[in-house]
Design a protein. Structure first.
Length: 95
């Protein structure tokens, strides 16, 4: 059985803490730079609402950036304390 992994965003749970950005950039080689992360928290409605946006590469396949090597859970999802990012795992049947 192969599993397809995707991230579901619930923007109303986002509090703009940007832990997801830091967690993503923490696993990149080089200096810690959240501006280069695969996820960014956008400020909408004149700063009254935060919305996490994930780049296309991250949504199409698991990036491999994980705090626990035995689980396929991206670091950004694990870092989210408010439930704005969640993993969905869909099992695909072998042909």
């Amino acid at each position: 059985m192969a599993a397809g992994v995707s991230i579901t965003i619930t923007p109303e749970n986002c509090r703009g803490c940007r832990r997801c950005e830091v967690a993503c950039s923490w696993h990149d080689p080089g200096p810690l730079n959240p501006r280069l992360a695969g996820i960014h928290v956008m400020r909408l409605d004149a700063g009254r609402r935060d919305y996490p946006v994930i780049n296309m590469e991250c949504t199409e396949r698991f990036c491999g950036k994980s705090d626990s090597p035995d689980k396929e859970e991206p670091a950004c999802v694990r870092a989210c304390l408010f439930g704005a990012l969640r993993m969905n795992q869909e099992e695909a049947e072998d042909a």
